[in-house]
Write a protein that binds this ligand. Structure first.
Ligand SMILES: Cc1cc2nc3c(=O)[nH]c(=O)nc-3n(C[C@H](O)[C@H](O)[C@H](O)COP(=O)(O)OP(=O)(O)OC[C@H]3O[C@@H](n4cnc5c(N)ncnc54)[C@H](O)[C@@H]3O)c2cc1C
Length: 431
């Protein structure tokens, strides 16, 4: 039976005074790409959903601005792609790498026979704002910002919802299904006791920003020198820079001083010499301790984890957002009917893991190979790294260049939205 979203009571739980208790069918925790898309898809099929996001807005630290071709296809299936493309964005059609004797383009999206053969780049907060505005037109969708989930409501081994804190105290949401889409530091994962298989990528990444000139190239580029690797991502007036370092070497780098980092940046990208002085303090540099793992089991009675909460992704290839959204689409495809009819079984949650585990293992294996074989040897190298002659010869062919583009931009087993028609909405679209 579908539960009413508006029931309100005030009571005292074992430890906290609960200001109110709401009931819904699906409580999604985490308004990142996975949670937002899942909540939207379920509400669109008239499944009552409450989406809880710990922050008060979507504008926070950089976590990738990429919208992959497969996600664009999903948005197209929902009739949203063209409107999203009306927002300011850039398109990455290929990725060039320096070779030591020029540059090669080993990744090329343009030969792919798909409607959106490019990676769309726009600030993730703008994408999430766009999706939230669309979702808020749906009568079965409710968004709670600034609500940080602290506890699961566990009754006899079955998760019946969550308790969360917001500015005015504790609240409770009771739900037929709780979905943890709360990212790489997932609290729901910890609370659930579900176990992960962890790998240890041999690198960490420093993230910082430097000004970008309007005359500079759009999109993304990589810079390589002996023992060093840096990626520059276009964020309009700024370059978002990923400076890759060997695992656990940050302290050593810090001891060498920020001037040494500035000098290394200029060696990698001489055009930044006129702005690198903007980097004055280590506080401007965020350390990403690169992690990669995957839960053995993504669910337990009443609870499902998806996106980074189920499988934390390494930043290699910039695919985490794509996989998080593909999880959301598969979850909606599999769970909409059981949630609509009130007949959700554990086997339905297992079906979500079955569907998504293989593609996740596939991409994590590829990331691990790239980390061990390519990035590690680049970071260890004392000579200017060069792409092998055979690779240089092969990437002359469009078909060859399209293979890594397909793996990165579409992935194994892309998901398609299985919803036929648009559902009536309560509000007109914002202008
Ligand atoms: C520095 C960095 C750069 C990256 N670059 C890229 C890239 O270029 N391309 C790419 O595809 N991927 C990139 N990734 C990976 C990508 O960010 C993730 O794979 C993706 O965001 C996962 O989406 P998600 O929805 O599962 O989780 P997240 O995007 O992490 O969203 C989780 C949400 O849950 C909220 N939350 C957390 N705890 C709670 C709680 N207790 N209660 C309520 N809400 C909570 C968080 O505030 C957050 O909004 C990058 C990651 C990092 C860290």
């Amino acid at each position: 039976m579908v539960l009413d979203t508006n029931a309100t009571t005030v009571h005292r739980s074992s430890e906290h005074e609960i200001r109110d208790s709401e009931q819904t069918t699906c409580c999604v925790v985490g308004g990142g790409p996975a949670g937002m898309i899942l909540a939207y898809l379920l509400a669109r099929q008239q499944v009552p959903v409450i989406l809880l996001e710990a922050h008060k807005d979507f504008d926070r630290d950089f976590r990738g601005d990429t919208i992959h071709p497969s996600v664009m296809e999903n948005l197209d299936e929902l009739g949203l792609a063209e409107r999203l493309l009306q927002l300011r964005h850039t398109k990455i059609r290929n990725i060039a790498l320096p070779t030591g004797n020029g540059s090669a383009t080993p990744i090329d999206f343009s030969p792919l026979k798909i409607k959106y053969p490019y990676v769309t780049l726009m600030p993730q907060s703008e994408f999430l704002d766009f999706m939230a505005a669309e979702a808020q037109r749906l009568p079965h969708f409710k968004l709670i910002m600034g609500g940080r989930v602290e506890e699961l409501i566990d009754e006899g081994g079955v998760v019946r919802g969550v308790r969360y804190q917001s500015g005015d105290g504790w609240h409770e949401i009771r739900a037929t299904l709780t979905v943890g889409a709360d990212g790489r530091f997932s609290r729901l994962r910890r609370l659930s006791g579900l176990e992960a298989i962890t790998t240890s990528p041999p690198m960490d990444v420093l993230w910082f920003r430097l000004p970008r000139l309007a005359t500079e190239p759009e999109g993304a580029m990589a810079r390589v020198k002996p023992g060093r690797l840096m990626a520059m991502l276009d964020r309009r007036e700024q370059w978002q820079i990923a400076y890759v370092i060997p695992k656990d070497s940050f302290r050593e780098l810090k001891e060498a001083g920020i001037q040494a980092l500035r000098q290394s940046i200029v060696e990698l990208a001489p055009e930044l010499a006129d702005r690198v002085d903007g980097l004055q303090d280590w506080k401007q540099v965020a350390l990403l301790s690169v992690a990669a793992d995957r839960l053995r089991q993504w669910y337990k009675p009443g609870l499902l984890l998806i996106g980074d909460a189920a499988h934390t992704m390494s930043p290699v290839g910039g695919v985490g957002i794509n996989y998080a959204i593909q999880d959301a689409v598969a979850t909606a495809n599999i769970l909409t009917a059981p949630l609509q009819t009130g007949r959700l079984r554990l086997s339905d949650l297992r079906a979500v893991q079955r569907r998504r585990e293989l593609p996740t293992r596939f991409i994590q294996t590829i990331q691990s190979i790239i980390q061990q074989r390519v990035i590690s040897s680049l970071l260890d190298s004392r000579a200017q790294p060069k792409l092998p002659g055979l690779v240089l010869w092969l990437v002359q062919f469009r078909f060859v260049r399209s293979i890594p583009a397909r793996v990165m931009g579409i992935g194994l087993r892309p998901e398609h939205v299985q919803q036929r028609h648009e559902i009536a909405t309560t509000a007109p679209r914002p202008a």
